[in-house]
Design a protein around this ligand. Sequence first.
Ligand code: HEC
Length: 354
Amino acid sequence: MLPLNALFHFTALFQFTAVFPFTHQAMKLFTHHCKHVLLLKLTIAWSALLVMNIVRAEEGTISFKRDVAPVFLENCIACHDAKKAEGGYRIDTFTELSKPGDSGLLPLAGTQDDVAELLRRLKTEDQFERMPAEAEAIDPSQIQVVADWIEQGAQFDGDNPDERLSFVIPPRDYPPAPTPYPARLQVTALAFSSDKNLIYSGGYHEILVWDIDGNLQHRIGNVGQQTFAIEFPPKTSDDKTPGVDGNWVVVASGSPGLGGEVRLIDLTNHQVTAVLARCDDLILDLAFRPDGKKLAIAAADKTIRIVDMESQEIEQTLLSHADFVTAIAWSADGTKLVSASRTTLALIYYFTVC
Ligand code: HEC
């Protein structure tokens, strides 16, 4: 009774509307999505170009953590991480990507006369040699970023060259949440913290933390516009997660048509420490496997991604749905994953637990 009271209390207090039945909300989102997606994508393309030009003009130097690491994370990590080091080559940390693979050729080159093997593999016309293997060449502007960075000395500007790229890349900063809220906002995500009996709810560009009497305890900023899932890791015997010391939570937030992200928040300092997944559409649900080792991510781009929590990398992308994947859940033994989509079809995937 008490938590329910508290919920009504704070929804009234902050003028949030009641939680919608999800299908209704997904329909609304979809209509909104179709109408605005083209315009939004054009706007994003223009703003991205403008921002890129301003950044280049102002700073002139290419930053590894800001400009280069996202290119590798997006295009190369699937075949070149600790688990799957194709060609004996890893690209999951700066230290690793500086070491030669099976060819023995220096990936980043020593002197100006040497050819950096990594760059040669991006540029070559030979499709059997070009990277990423078995795919189109990456965007010429991305190749240029890598080329400029190597020409400028291939410097590492992060804190720790042995840290995985998803930690090295600074999470994009979102604007602070407004105080007070100018309009009503649907609460589309709620969760109880695993230990302290606090309630976490999705706000506008923030996560609000309440005690069970409805008193606001914290406001955690720097998340996407609207939050669709807040998920605490299950309590397991080994609770160690790379990058965070104490308690943590993952949240999925974003804006329709603009994209969504899964951010990992360290609850000792309320800082976002990593972006576990990025998607060019909304991420609608999250579920930890009961042993806490895998996180399933359901997205509006029709995919389900499985993140391995130890390496914090996307290990699998499941593509069987024909529409938004709206909800996802694991069986208690962690061998089955059930998912629901807007087409109301639920698919069951079977996993070997590892
Ligand atoms: C679909 C899997 C796949 C993806 C994605 C991929 N690679 Fe590779 N890569 C391979 C395989 C397989 C080899 C070994 C065969 C070869 O040398 O062509 C290789 C070899 C390499 C080598 C040579 C290592 C050595 O010294 O022998 C480099 C450098 C490299 N990849 C860089 C990249 C970069 C940079 C990207 C991202 C833009 C990338 N790869 C994406 C599969 C992949």
